[in-house]
Design a protein around this ligand. Structure first.
Ligand SMILES: *[C@@H]1O[C@H](CO)[C@@H](O)[C@H](O)[C@H]1NC(C)=O
Ligand SMILES: *[C@@H]1O[C@H](CO)[C@@H](O)[C@H](O)[C@H]1NC(C)=O
Ligand SMILES: *[C@@H]1O[C@H](CO)[C@@H](O)[C@H](O)[C@H]1NC(C)=O
Ligand SMILES: *[C@@H]1O[C@H](CO)[C@@H](O)[C@H](O)[C@H]1NC(C)=O
Length: 661
């Protein structure tokens, strides 16, 4: 006979083990800790009830188990032990197995608490001393400094040319006399009057030191090339490893290692990080005050991963940042004055905005509170969007993701002719432009399709008229997806807009996480010919893109089957998973003087100037069985969501009918 406590033991043990596995290795969702704790309480109390009830009926028990205690030659039945280890049920023949299976459940719950709490409790990071370089122009570098120890003041800042060996040749940039709680002991120093395209070393009187390289002088040979990194989303020590430092970010270490292997010419000039830097609400939000938000930034910057590499530490790479929801609260769309936005904005401004690039020349808003940015670096001009602070409720006909000031500023930027050496406009958004992600679509540009349409129309026009190519970069989805949005005036055929094809159109590359979970189900799928899937690579806890722009001779195939050589600016996107390139794609813009060749090479119905993209390398295996299974699961999800939506619709209609009555 199966008793109620037996059922409770088996069920709670199974739930606890499965939940702990998912929480520690797959997705650190906030539901899991309460679930694991409850399962443990139910498990231990049912176990206790079970031992009491068997204790009440010793005679019956002994009859069943043939007096095990009185028979020294008897060994525990193997089947019984395995059953105990698997189900969590007590074993009649082996008290050791019972103890072990109980211990496994207790340890799993403790590991979950360790993941949740160790970093938080042991590392308030109040004494963090930090220095990092943010935005670098041809002649300036922005340095963020945090120093809470008053004994280190005044803090003097020096710099010198990196090749300079003579220590007496340090240039003194200035001194910081006061730092206080108002800015969480941070301040910004702009090092000025630097030479373009040069390597420098800086040093502070608290012994912090680092290296940086200034941007190239516009119009020079070196301004034709640029390489930079992009990614998003990180949370320390995930997937959880009990032996690891609780603040370790393995993704940063893998990326640094991979970049340090590149020849110095190809090393990235900066990291364009597209949000979800602190992940305040995963696995658990501990508070919503300014001090909570500040402590999360300090903890991330206290990670040993920033300095793990001896010769070229990660902290030397300049990072520039956009805002996303996990810097505030999940799927944030409540504006820039509702709580907790003001508390969340405080450290975002002190730690990130303060050393970010400048705001656009035409911000259409008060400069002091503008959180979108724009700059030119070599062959590319950038616009970094804030898709969180100014957005309205999604999925309404008049929903705005940018707010009117930012939208005007972006449209002015898109329509602006660029200096001759700039051939790329790169628009960075925390959330993807494509609606091909079928989970949480309305939190992306998929919830703001009317605004997306106006932005795309401006971009297609700019590509036709300005001789530049526009690239969209985004993050947020914990997956890699590249999508193209063909200009409808090109009239591409159904054949040319098939899923998983390289080709023409405005291209988006969305990548993440740098160090975080990825979904075990497939959530990206092409559904029409507006958003054409180029490539989808969901797996990997560490994914980032390296973008490299340089001048090169490109072969363009003419309709007659011949190929011509067109001198071009070529952008190569390399997707890294961990420390390997798994996919590489290139796009090009013909240089002035070669447009005629390019036009002759392309059939008249095509874009006169911008040749289709090309896959250069693909190490993924689309036919592996696990990908097919996960795709099927993803589609089941889609169907279930569709049914739920229908049910909500029906419910809403009934409620509306009732109200009308
Ligand atoms: C900086 O380093 C020097 C030489 O190693 C040492 O004498 C000095 O005490 C250090 N200063 C601080 C603030 O750590
Ligand atoms: C909020 O955004 C608006 C523009 O949409 C801006 O005018 C205002 O200054 C911002 N407020 C804060 C507190 O940042
Ligand atoms: C900018 O934001 C601060 C609060 O963060 C607010 O007090 C101030 O009024 C804002 N300025 C403008 C011009 O909106
Ligand atoms: C959209 O329209 C509704 C109803 O007319 C209005 O209440 C809302 O404020 C509008 N939203 C925006 C972002 O303009």
């Amino acid at each position: 006979m199966v008793s109620l406590p037996q059922v409770a033991v088996v069920a709670s043990s199974a739930i606890l083990r499965f939940a702990a596995f998912v929480f520690l290795r797959w997705i650190p969702g906030h539901h899991f800790v309460p679930l694991i704790s409850t399962a443990l309480v139910v498990y231990l109390s049912s176990l206790f009830a079970l031992s009491r009830s068997t204790g009440d009926k010793p005679v019956a028990d002994r009859k069943d188990s043939k007096h095990p205690q009185n028979d020294p030659t008897r060994t525990p039945a193997q089947g019984d032990v395995i059953k105990t280890l698997l189900t969590g049920l007590p074993s009649a023949s082996s008290p050791l197995a019972t103890r072990f299976t109980t211990l496994v459940n207790i340890v799993l719950a403790l590991l979950a608490f360790d993941f949740l709490l160790r970093g938080h409790v042991l590392y308030p990071a109040n004494d963090l001393a930090l220095s990092r370089i943010g935005y670098v122009s041809p002649t300036t570098a922005s340095l963020l400094v945090r120093e809470p120890d008053p004994k280190q003041l005044p803090l003097v800042i020096f710099y010198q040319d990196e090749t300079q060996e003579d220590v007496s040749q340090w240039v003194e940039e200035g001194a910081i006399y006061a730092l206080d709680e108002a800015t969480d002991y941070t301040t910004t120093v702009t090092i000025k009057n630097l030479n373009p395209g040069s390597n420098y070393r800086y040093s502070l009187s608290n012994n912090h030191t680092g290296l940086f390289t200034t941007a190239p002088l516009p119009g020079t040979q070196s301004a034709n090339r640029l390489s930079f990194l992009t990614s998003s989303c990180m949370k320390p020590n995930f997937p959880y490893n009990p032996l690891s430092h609780p603040l370790r970010l393995p993704g940063i270490e893998k990326m640094t290692e991979a970049m340090n292997k590149l020849p110095s010419l190809f090393r990235p000039a900066f990291m364009l990080f597209l949000g979800d830097f602190i992940y305040i609400d995963v696995p658990q939000r501990f508070g919503s005050s300014v001090s909570h938000y500040r402590s999360e930034y300090r903890r991330v910057y206290s990670s040993p991963s920033w300095t793990a590499s001896q010769d070229s530490p990660a902290i030397n790479l300049p990072w520039i940042h956009t805002l996303d929801d996990h810097e505030i609260a999940n799927d944030w769309s409540k504006g820039n004055t509702t709580d907790p936005y003001p508390a969340a904005a405080d450290p975002f401004v002190h730690y990130h905005v303060s050393v970010n690039p400048p705001i656009p020349p035409m911000p259409f808003a008060s400069p002091e509170n503008t959180t979108y940015f724009s700059f030119i670096h070599g062959p590319a001009s950038f616009f970094m969007l804030d898709t969180r602070a100014y957005r309205s409720e999604p999925a309404q006909p008049n929903s705005t993701i940018l707010g009117s000031a930012q939208l005007q500023s972006l449209l002015a930027y898109i329509a602006r002719p660029e200096p001759a050496e700039v051939r790329w406009k790169i628009v960075a958004s925390s959330v993807p432009f494509t609606k091909n992600w079928r989970v949480g679509t309305t939190d992306t540009w998929g919830g703001f399709l009317n605004e997306r349409r106006s932005v795309f129309e401006a971009m297609w026009r700019a590509e036709r008229e300005l001789g530049v190519r526009i690239i969209l970069l985004s993050g947020d989805r914990h997956e890699f997806g590249s999508t193209r949005f063909p200009d409808p005036t090109l009239g591409l055929t159904a054949q040319e807009t098939l899923p998983d094809t390289a080709g023409e159109g405005l291209h988006e590359f969305s990548v993440g996480p740098l160090s975080m979970f990825y979904l075990p189900i497939r959530s990206y799928r092409q559904t029409d010919n507006e958003d054409v899937a180029v490539k989808y690579i969901p797996d990997g806890n560490t994914k980032y893109g390296l973008i490299d722009i340089d001048l090169r001779d490109e072969r363009v195939d003419t309709p007659s089957g011949k190929s011509v050589v067109v001198s071009s600016s070529v952008l190569t996107y390399s997707l890294y998973v961990d420390d390997d390139v798994v996919w590489k794609y290139s796009l090009s813009v013909p240089l002035p003087g070669f447009e005629a060749v390019a036009v002759a090479a392309n059939p008249p119905s095509r874009h006169p100037l911008l040749p289709p993209g090309k896959v250069l390398e693909d190490k993924t295996d689309p036919d592996s069985w696990d990908i097919m299974v996960k795709t099927a699961i993803g589609q089941v999800e889609d169907v279930v969501r569709g049914i739920l939506r229908q049910m909500t619709d029906i419910r809403d209609r009934i409620l509306k009918a009732e109200r009308l009555d």
